[in-house]
Design a binder for this molecule. Sequence first.
Ligand SMILES: [Zn+2]
Length: 316
Amino acid sequence: MIPNTPFRLPVLLGVGFWLASALAGRPQSGAPLVLTLRSLEQDPSGSGRWKTVERQARWSPAGTAAVICDMWDRHWCQGATARVAEMAPRMNRFVAELRRRGVLVIHCPSGTLKFYEGTPQRQRAQSAPKVPAQPPLQGWCSLDPSREAPLPIDDSDGGCDDDPRCQSGSPWQRQIATLDILEGDAITDSAEAWRLMRQRGITNVLVMGVHENMCVLGRPFSIRQMVRQGQNVVLVRDLTDTMYNSRKRPQVDHFTGTELVAWHIEKYWCPTMTSDQVLGGRPFRFAADTKPPRDYADHARFFAPAPPGVRRAPAP
Ligand SMILES: [Zn+2]
């Protein structure tokens, strides 16, 4: 109980000030997203020597989409399923904060849309007006040798890192339930994502989910195709995973394989960021990833030389 004395006003002012400071630590809805975007650039140009470059970006939440790629409930690979489940709580918090700030959240659990038929989030995507895409969006966009070197990891065996090897198949039924799908979100696995962005004047795209060396690059809503439409694309590199068997080339541990693919993306496609830039704290790491943070210079030997005449994505 605060005594009814001249001390009362200062005490109340003090509490008010504390509350205001606590709230000031949390940006208001609509406040710009201030991001540090990491790329690899050749220095000097064409030399084949790459250096890490960081740039600040201020993005309007209303002009930004968060694309969640293939965070399925179940994968044919047990290790992959477990890593999605481990990463999902952090991704849910990340997306919740982006949503609160005013970012459009697009859930893209490819091949499971039947599960969501008739929901308002599915209808929102379906009702976005048809707009042309140039080049036309494809169901899948493979590695583009005119623009990028071969991937630094050999994923030709499907990338199961378990022993014994998992049996491949298509057991996914829906997006993992850990990720909330809320009012105002959208669900799609096609060019509808592009239509939603055009409908709302969205030019910035944060891509997260799995798998970095496959769907995160190839799907019609993800990196290669959104970059080709001229979007400012950024990969959230601590909220992704690879299908990479660490017994295959270049025989590094699974998480180094994921970082190698992030560096490939930073060279040829788009910058990356980490979820702590929005959530605070530290970037997400899998519990099994106990190595110190990795530096490109220590791993440059794992990259094949870029094909002649290769060009870089324009900076966002
Ligand atoms: Zn497996």
